[in-house]
Write a protein that binds this ligand. Structure first.
Ligand SMILES: Nc1ncnc2c1ncn2[C@@H]1O[C@H](COP(=O)(O)OP(=O)(O)OP(=O)(O)O)[C@@H](O)[C@H]1O
Ligand SMILES: [Mg+2]
Length: 383
């Protein structure tokens, strides 16, 4: 028999999207589970069904999805999505794709004078870090969220998170980046730079062991000199970075935020989701629920895998019913997969029995247009 639907309480996404007290929805989860799709679908639903002036911050959306939202280039500014059904609700949907480098540049410009900014921009270390440093995308997603929130123009900001291997990267990025910018090794580097750069080289050599791993990972040791210049230039901004990250962190802990955890019904994704849920609990960040995405549901759930398989074998023995036997075998395979998926999902529910959950069926094709997003939104809402 197919086990009954998860024992977890049902996630009521409409209640969240309709609640004027909820201003930020963050979609997070392991790589490739459907975060971007869920974020776009929730944002569309908030606008169409709940009349909210919504902005969705997407990160690396698939090209076709971006196009269907009217996003043709990375321009770092929300654009209103046309052609959606908001006549009766009065809502609006705006969408943007995160431009990590531009966001970093804007932060620099805001914190320093134009001459110093130009110096930073020209530094090869900055150029590499602003476009490739591990964690920069996560950090800049937070930064952008902070900016959108500060503008106060939106009823609801829906945030997609970067395609990290680990969902935790998003939460760890600000601390990691400020540790990096603010860390002991960089202060060591900075000291001689402040006093005229005299003992730069010996200090670099002396402390090489400590930071070489990080630096080499990014660029290679030959750019240490650029690094010291970069650090000196960024020195005045350390406080700014830290302060902003802390501010955004506080927003993420506030009642106006709802984290929606997305997972595929696969062991790795569910394990990742459980780690993340644990971490949110530690950080006192509000987890609204789990979206179990791309689950498989047999068309006739009453017919279990064993009976279906047995019937297929029987028909094959009788002969002349191969078509029906194939259908029964396919059904048996799907029913077995559904059971496996529910067992995997149950691991999350056992660990977090109070976290509401909802399952979204795997669609026959990728979700890349507004209709597809609407279908996903309805599935998440069980509407
Ligand atoms: N319920 C679903 N049914 C069918 N296809 C889906 C479903 N949800 C998502 N997809 C498809 O799966 C792919 C991955 O989804 P998506 O890009 O939303 O994942 P992601 O978590 O944002 O990935 P990344 O970690 O790479 O950013 C996309 O092609 C999307 O159209
Ligand atoms: Mg994505």
């Amino acid at each position: 028999m197919v086990p009954s639907e998860d024992a977890a309480p049902q996630l009521d996404v409409d209640q969240i999207l309709a609640d004027p007290g909820v201003r930020i929805v963050v979609c997070c989860g392991a790589g490739g589970v459907g975060k971007t799709t869920t974020a776009a679908a929730l944002a569309l639903r908030a606008a169409e069904q709940h009349g909210r002036r919504t902005v969705v911050l997407t990160i690396d959306p698939a090209r076709r999805l971006a196009q269907s939202l009217g996003l043709t280039e990375l321009d770092n500014t929300p654009r209103q999505v046309k052609g959606i059904d908001v006549e009766s609700s009065g809502g609006e949907l705006h969408a943007m794709m995160l431009d990590m480098k531009r966001t970093f540049d804007d932060v620099v410009l805001q914190h320093t004078d134009p001459a110093k900014a130009a110096e930073i921009f020209a530094n090869p270390f900055y150029q590499a870090m602003s476009s490739t440093f591990a964690g920069t995308q996560e950090y800049m997603a937070m930064e952008k969220l902070g900016q959108l929130h500060a503008r106060g123009e939106w009823d609801l900001i829906v945030v997609d998170t970067p395609p990290s291997r680990s969902a935790l990267d998003f939460l760890d990025a600000p601390a990691r980046l400020s540790r990096f910018l603010d860390g002991r090794m960089l202060r060591l580097l900075l000291a001689p730079a402040r006093s005229g750069g005299r003992s730069m080289f010996s200090l670099v050599t002396a402390s090489f062991g400590m930071f070489s791993k990080v630096v080499q990972k990014v660029l290679g040791a030959q750019l240490l000199t650029d690094l010291s210049g970069f650090v000196a230039a960024l020195d005045s901004m350390f406080g700014g970075f830290r302060q902003r990250a802390e501010q955004t962190y506080r927003i993420l802990q506030a009642r106006e935020t709802a984290f929606v955890l997305v997972a595929a019904p696969e062991p790795d994704a569910v394990r990742e989701a459980a780690y993340f849920a644990g971490r949110l609990r530690e950080e006192k960040m509000p987890l609204a629920g789990l979206v179990l995405n791309r689950v498989h549901r047999p068309v006739v759930p009453e017919l279990d895998a064993e009976r279906s398989q047995a019937a297929a074998e029987r028909l094959s023995e009788l002969g002349g019913h191969e078509g029906a036997a194939d259908v029964l075998r396919a059904h048996a395979a799907l029913a077995r997969q559904a059971v496996r998926e529910q067992q995997v999902a149950a691991r999350f529910t056992e660990a977090f029995p109070a976290v509401p959950a909802v399952s979204v069926t795997a669609q026959p094709a990728d979700v890349h247009d507004v209709d597809g997003l609407r279908t996903i939104g309805a599935a998440i809402s069980r509407a």
